[in-house]
Design a protein around this ligand. Structure first.
Ligand code: NAD
Length: 326
């Protein structure tokens, strides 16, 4: 079995790779992995066991058609994580998001079709649904993305559906809640708050802090993606949920874990178009594929705080110059 993992040097993709290489189930302990990654600011070779005999890293762009047509033959499946992934960056400039997330995904799907790759999992996000005051989205809910990031992911999801419906390509889409875990770039909320706390800086909390998100440990997300890869129905979409918290509640937990008080928190101007609440109904992935998340939020957050405390040399070079109040 040969798998090609796009974006495998990023936060979630690299977790999937490390997890796959550690999978000791018969038939899985021989899987060979090709990571295709552009190594943008978010990709980091330090996230990968580069000397592992079953891992090959190829530096390249999912928009590079010639490279894909060259690389894909012989692979049994593709798991597509590669994306521009930070909402704030998409608000500053959405052009790379349209290019990588929409055009890159279309290019990948088309190249899989042409080279006969039999299975693709496209990794997407709950943000494609928009924002909702109460209840939860099922997979059939219309897509109403609000940020340029979410819109580019929604465009990619629709392209995946079209390649299944039009060409019969075996594609599944996953739409997961917010992930947390080790190796997440410190531009994202949880690692940013933890590293700011470790460095004695303040925590920039957007608006009134009452925005609600679901949180799932990256290992649970990757287990769900693995299940979809092994057992997902062609053309199906699978929501993957987490534990719902307001940003204030999450901040309170991180402060407690780091032994700090609310005087470390600075409210800052809200993000433009900031969605108030996300919530997915993930009955399908649980009932049809037997998914059952294993990492309790409190234990997972405590482990992540410990990881950032113990891995300063990994994150310190990635932290921007201090921007107080952001
Ligand atoms: P990340 O930003 O940490 O990693 C993205 C990776 O993609 C990086 O290694 C980067 O170098 C690579 N990449 C970017 N552009 C590329 C290109 N043109 N060609 C090849 N590689 C390219 O992102 P992440 O948090 O690991 O997210 C992975 C996927 O999961 C994304 O598709 C994201 O939309 C989705 N997702 C993320 C979350 C989350 O909470 N982080 C939640 C749900 C879904």
């Amino acid at each position: 079995m040969r798998l090609l993992i796009t974006g495998g040097a990023g936060f979630i993709g690299s977790h999937f790779v490390r997890r796959s290489l550690g999978d000791t189930r018969p038939g899985h302990d021989t899987v060979r992995l090709t990571v295709l990654d552009k190594l943008t600011y978010a990709g980091n070779t330090a996230n990968l066991p580069l000397d592992h005999p079953r891992l090959r890293l190829v530096r390249g762009d999912v928009c590079d058609r010639r490279l894909l047509l060259d690389l894909l033959p012989g692979h049994d499946a593709v798991v597509h994580f590669a994306a521009e992934s930070h909402v704030d960056r998409s608000i500053e400039d959405a052009s790379l998001f349209a290019r990588t997330n929409v055009v890159g995904t279309q290019n990948l799907l088309d190249s899989c079709l042409r080279t006969g790759v039999p299975r693709v999992v496209h990794v997407s996000t709950d943000e494609v649904y928009g924002s909702l005051a109460e209840g939860s989205w099922t997979e059939d809910h219309p897509l109403l993305p609000n940020s340029p990031y979410a819109a580019s992911k929604a465009g990619a999801d629709l392209m995946a559906r079209a390649y299944w419906r039009t060409h019969g390509l075996h594609v599944c889409v996953t739409r997961c809640a917010n992930n947390y875990g080790p190796y997440q770039h410190p531009e994202k909320m949880i690692p940013r708050f933890i590293t700011n706390l470790l460095d004695g800086r303040t925590l920039p909390l957007y608006g009134d802090g009452r925005h609600r998100r679901e949180w799932i440990h990256v290992d649970d997300h990757c287990r769900a993606v693995q299940l979809v890869l092994e057992k997902g129905e062609p053309g199906a979409t699978y929501n993957i949920g987490g534990v719902e918290l307001s940003n204030r509640e999450l901040t309170g937990r991180l402060l407690r874990l780091c032994g700090a008080d609310w005087d470390r928190v600075t409210p800052v101007t809200d993000r433009k178009g900031h969605d108030r609440r996300y919530s997915v109904d993930d009955t399908r992935v649980r009932d049809d594929l037997g998914f059952d998340p294993a990492v309790p939020l409190d234990a997972g957050l405590a482990e992540v705080v410990r990881w950032y405390r113990d891995h300063r040399s990994w994150w310190q070079p990635l932290t921007e110059p201090v921007e107080e109040g952001r």
